[in-house]
Design a protein around this ligand. Structure first.
Ligand code: MRU
Length: 339
């Protein structure tokens, strides 16, 4: 009897509103917030109420549907303005631009239809993006589960789980699928300073699904690899260049270097919406720099002397040759990458 893994739905549409699980409140409360205006939804993406590459794209797609719902009486102009606003929220995850391009294309096809039909068409496209993402993540899980053996300890970084996607997860999708296949293994989740996605989200999400998880400081990874306590590293991605270079949460590159040094496979899990065919090389991926306060403070408490500046790059790029395999819904790819 396969084990059951519990559902988590971070982004939904209900009766003219976009519903988001507020990821800034986890793990203390599982709270859903309703959005009925695009500016507030854009703010939610910026402040990481919703985060994770596929989830950002899905939320933005519903944002376009929301705009069409509110502008049923008018022209496309305000909807196009809202699409541009959503594009300016976060620069690195390509899924955002992929989803918005797809929504804009549908909008352009709606020239001869009523405002109501335009809204319905856009809502159904956003629903399709959500449904396809869940299906892609489940396929990633099926293809990727072979990388986890009984007894392994798998290290994952940041949160590439149900919360970061339509509801299954990429890296955690592989972990969930292997777990559902009845394999016994355990997971180390890195804290993921400075926003603590590992400590706050991954640890909660795995515990919620009864998958054994232990939280480790980011700084413990090298020592634990050296001690032979980690057999796999499995992470997600925000954008994969055509040559296989992988942008992901800051710290992934140093994990990849350590993994290579210790001969530990590093697996990247991502839907094909994360592959940016227009970006030939990782050096062309725009890296988001966030507020220095995220580094200078823990929560709302300042931990650093006044006047000390901080640098806060949110993502890094791991060269393709450090990546053992990239698992998409289409299967497993290996270096040299040709998608
Ligand atoms: O800044 P975040 O929390 O949006 O960063 C998320 C990540 O880096 C994830 O690993 C990535 O988006 C993959 S999510 C399936």
């Amino acid at each position: 009897m396969p084990r059951e893994v519990r559902d988590i739905n971070p982004v939904r549409w209900m009766a003219g509103e976009v519903l988001l699980i507020d990821q800034t409140r986890l793990p203390h409360e599982l709270l859903t917030v309703n959005y009925w205006n695009v500016e507030n939804l854009a703010g939610a993406i910026e402040s990481m109420v919703v985060r994770g590459a596929p989830a950002i794209g899905i939320a933005a797609a519903f944002g376009v549907a929301l705009s069409a719902f509110k502008n049923q009486a008018g022209t496309d102009t305000p909807i196009l303005g809202d699409i541009e606003r959503l594009r300016r929220t976060r620069p690195t995850a390509v899924n955002l631009f992929w989803a918005l391009d797809r929504m804009e294309m549908i909008l352009k096809e709606c020239v001869k239809v009523s405002g109501k039909a335009r809204f319905e068409r856009l809502l159904s496209e956003a629903q399709a993006i959500l449904k396809e993402d869940i299906a892609m993540c489940q396929a990633i899980g099926r293809h990727g589960a072979q990388w986890i053996n009984r007894g392994d300890t798998v290290l994952t970084h940041c949160n590439a789980g149900a919360l970061a996607t339509g509801g299954w997860g990429t890296a955690l999708g592989i972990i969930r699928s292997a777990w559902a296949e009845d394999k016994d293994f355990s997971v180390y989740a890195t804290e993921t300073r400075p926003r603590q996605q590992g400590a706050r989200l991954t640890a909660w999400e795995l515990q919620y699904s009864h998958i054994p998880v232990t939280l480790i400081p980011d700084t413990a990874c090298g020592a634990l690899m050296k001690a032979g306590k980690i057999q796999r590293v499995i992470v997600g991605s925000d954008r994969i260049a055509a040559n296989g270079d992988v942008a992901n949460k800051i710290g992934t590159y140093q994990l990849a270097v350590l993994a290579k040094h210790h001969d530990i496979p590093l697996i990247v899990a991502a839907p094909s919406s994360t592959i940016d065919a227009r970006c030939p090389h990782g050096s062309q991926i725009p890296i988001e720099y966030r507020s220095e306060l995220e580094v200078l403070q823990i929560g709302k408490e300042r931990i650093t002397a006044e006047g000390v500046p901080a640098l806060n790059p949110a993502f890094d790029v791991t060269p393709a040759e450090y990546v053992t395999a990239i698992v998409t819904e289409k299967g497993v790819f290996q270096y040299p990458y040709k998608f």
